[in-house]
Write a protein that binds this ligand. Structure first.
Ligand SMILES: [Mn+2]
Length: 327
């Protein structure tokens, strides 16, 4: 790991401090929350005060990670020195409502695996490792560097970070190191991946399955089925009594279709806007398309926002998808 020397410097600095505020990105996923609570737990095992500052409830399938470690109180360390740690993101806009609390930290650290050209804010330490499949891999190494002996909760949290960000070890970001870390988690007493996987993946509500039916019904295909686009509207959510936090898995469902190279999901956002998520299977770089519309991400997973309603969104970008698959 290229950043191991930096981790030893960071861990020294961390050992000298008492208070830590951890910042997962907005709409946190399994990697952001798993990494955050794993690090908070490790710091608490070192008798430090550590909190994960959030602005939303944990998604239902990740509620088991919410173990009295998250707070919405931006002033929880009022009058005290603390270290700010941004995890799974390196963009201040993705923690914008909490950014002032991040900035107040007397040492600021960013640990992320998203490719970034330039940070749009000041930090003391940045560990940005695009080869890492998940921020959880980086946090795992940091916890080892801190010398904390891992407990079951840390192992469960790191496993959650890794399994969710790799599509359960199926995405192209999965490496030998990813599997090695998963293997090492079995050395932690009580750890077993199966019950964690059941908590993450096998607790769909009937409502959510009914929403899935509507999303699948909305599907449109292009270029002989190489491209598939589906929609999630507020109307669908109301009809099935569900919310947007339950919709992240649908794009993966579309990717399971034989012959699909690119899948897009257009989600209604704040009334008349749309969040577009893109995935590609084998050879197309969807991060270029996302960038064109002011978004970002990885070659195989990216996203962007449009100021139109979901059903109008494909008219804007579908030609880009067609060009990408016909390269
Ligand atoms: Mn991640």
């Amino acid at each position: 790991m290229e950043n191991i020397n930096l981790f030893s410097e960071i861990s020294k600095k961390m050992s000298e401090q008492d208070c830590f505020l951890i910042f997962p990105h907005l709409h946190p996923d399994g990697d952001a929350l798993g990494s955050s609570v794993a690090l908070a737990e490790a710091l608490r095992l070192m008798n430090k005060e550590a909190w994960v500052l959030v602005e939303e409830a944990f998604p239902h399938n990740l509620d088991f990670l919410d173990k009295n470690m998250s707070t919405t109180d931006k002033d929880i360390f009022k009058g005290k020195d603390y270290i700010s740690i941004m995890l799974d993101c390196s963009d201040k806009n993705r923690i914008i409502n909490r950014y002032s609390s991040f900035e107040r930290g007397n040492i600021k650290i960013v640990i992320d695996h998203h490719l970034t050209d330039n940070l749009n804010f000041k930090t003391d330490y940045e560990v940005i490792e695009p080869k890492a499949a998940a921020t959880g891999e980086l946090v795992y190494n940091l916890i080892k560097e801190l010398g904390v002996s891992m407990n079951k909760f840390i192992a469960d949290s790191i496993f959650t970070a890794i399994t969710t960000d790799t599509g359960n070890f199926q995405h192209s970001n999965t490496t030998a190191l990813t599997h090695k870390i998963a293997m090492e988690l079995y050395d932690v007493s009580g750890f077993n991946s199966k019950p964690v996987s059941n908590l993450i993946y096998n607790r769909e509500s009937l409502n959510s399955i009914q929403l899935e039916k509507l999303v699948i019904d909305s599907m449109m295909t292009y270029e002989d089925g190489k491209i598939v686009i589906a929609f999630i509207t507020n109307k669908m959510l109301i009809e099935t009594n569900t919310d947007m936090s339950e919709t992240d898995r649908f794009i993966n469902k579309l990717m399971t279709i034989e012959g699909v190279e690119i899948a897009a999901v257009c989600k209604q956002d704040m009334g008349d806007k749309t969040k577009v998520s893109l995935r590609s299977k084998n050879y197309t770089d969807v991060s270029k398309i996302a960038k064109k519309y002011g978004g970002g991400g990885h070659e195989r997973a990216s996203g962007f926002n449009l100021d139109v309603l979901p059903y109008d969104a494909p008219y804007i970008f579908v030609d880009d998808l067609k060009k990408a698959i016909n390269i």
